[in-house]
Write a protein that binds this ligand. Sequence first.
Ligand code: SF4
Length: 363
Amino acid sequence: MDTGLYVHVPFCVRKCGYCAFFSRPAQPDLVAAWFAGIERELAALPAGFVPASVFFGGGTPTALDERDLARLLDLVRARVDLKNLAEWTCEANPGTLTPAKLACLRGGGVDRLSLGAQSFANETLKRLGRIHAADETRAAMAQARAAGFANVGLDLIYGVPGVARESFQADVEAALALAPEHLSCYCLEIEDGTPFARAAAAGELAVAEDEQRAQFDWARGRLVAAGFEHYEISNFARPGRACRQNGLYWSGGEYFGVGPAAHSHWAGARWGNVPELPGWKRAFEEKLEPAAKARETLVMGLRRLAGWDRADFRAATGFDYDALRGPEIARLAAQGLLTVDPDRIRLAEDALFVSDAVFAELV
Ligand code: SF4
């Protein structure tokens, strides 16, 4: 099975109001310390690690300046055997991209760009605390194409309190007008410790779940009609453009994550790094017992619209899913939340928006 490398680039120009990911401003001392840690972790990768995908995520990888981006690319190429590489993704914030950074990324081997558009309404972008305006996303897309990126994804956020359905629909249309290969539509979540969580606690921000669901259902229909495959709860792709790295996480595959807050899954063990800078350590390491790991793989794989094929699940985990969770699967099927065919299970359409509740029953 393929393996992947994730590099957490923990820098952002400014914190968005809803975001709980670990990131700090790209101060030179923090960037230098981060490079030292990344170098150490890359040097410790096992010799047999030959990833099929690399993913720079964050944070905002493109908050690094051009020289540091080039250094990061050189470091990965020097330390990692890339002979099997089929996909190299970099996340980017439109407010931090320049033609020079794009040329540097493309020249260094990155072939997939994931642009955090989030919305095309400047009012919504401001509400979310984004640093960019809609025109910067349009410019970034044009610059990415000019730099030779043939595989570009756009992220959108739906269900933002105070944003009308029509406005989100216009976001989707604006995204489609840019002809991306991939679209992610994430539901706004109120994460603990964020300004949005404080506003919600103070009664200043009310999430309307019915409205969120209506926006999700509309987007799904619209994107499928536009020729995108809905392949994971929040993800849509042109044929052949599904994200390989995320596919690994959803299929129980193995990967190394380097950087603060990054997670790894390798040789039956799982560990995660502490979200800290300048230095970071391993936060935990665990060896899941096989049945618990299989249940987790079951749930992760059900995020994909295709769900699990019985034989694939057995090959991935050593278990039959009915032996693991037969009564729960039957109950969820009776409730119309799982679709059960003789040799495949998958989320029913009605369960896509409430998948967390379904997964809680299965894990
Ligand atoms: S740019 Fe991305 S990672 Fe940074 S604060 Fe905003 S949402 Fe979070």
